[in-house]
Write a protein that binds this ligand. Sequence first.
Ligand SMILES: Nc1ncnc2c1ncn2[C@@H]1O[C@H](COP(=O)(O)OP(=O)(O)O)[C@@H](O)[C@H]1O
Ligand SMILES: [Mg+2]
Length: 246
Amino acid sequence: MIDLKNIGLTFARNGEQSEVLRGLDLFIPAGRFVAVLGPSGVGKSTLLRVIAGLLKPNTGSVALSTSPENAHLPVAMVFQDARLLPWRKVWANVAFGLEHSKLTTAERRAKAETALALVGLTGFSERFPHELSGGQRQRVALARALAVEPDILLMDEPFAALDAITREGLQDELARIHAATGKTIVFVTHSIDEAVHLADEVVVLAGKPARLAAAHVIDTPRPRRRNGDETAELVAQMRAQLGQTG
Ligand SMILES: Nc1ncnc2c1ncn2[C@@H]1O[C@H](COP(=O)(O)OP(=O)(O)O)[C@@H](O)[C@H]1O
Ligand SMILES: [Mg+2]
């Protein structure tokens, strides 16, 4: 569960103040897949960093309830770029977050293999990042996040740099992983279609300072078709909220 109450955040740089978030409330029950939509620069990444505990808000409170065994590390993040260490094999990249644990190398490797299987990369352990496609590298980044067995997965436009076909493949994979693991996912995107395809709920961030402009529950059954008629009206509504055309 994620419970944000009255979040306000102002950056101060060179004597200049920039208020990015104000009075933001967001409650996400455990297991829910929430997409955060909004224009570039509105504060989506800032919001994720607040949830991750990387940024301390000026006002409000952040509460994460997680399973007891995960209390030390309840969240994992995935970014637009994979951020892999080029000199490490795939499995050692995936095991990166386990290094400070008491696990043996064999145990870390086993956890890495399990995570790689979850993202469809069985048999890729011994490769180096440069021997992978962009989509495969992003799968490794997702496996690295899953390997620490977080309760909450924070994803910041994770598929934005991929071509359309690869992106759709990874979307399907993520939908499958969400169904299989029941993780709480906060997924930032600027694609309405991606948000509606994946999420249980889509929230729209807008304004400066940003607040939650809208929240839409997506209850079309899964597995979902792309661009189905059942969501056409909702998509049009979100386009209007975001000021997008076409
Ligand atoms: N560390 C920082 N210091 C000062 N301003 C920042 C910092 N990080 C982000 N900003 C500003 O905060 C606003 C929101 O940024 P961000 O959350 O990255 O937007 P988004 O992810 O929606 O594109 C932008 O105007 C950005 O320039
Ligand atoms: Mg961003």
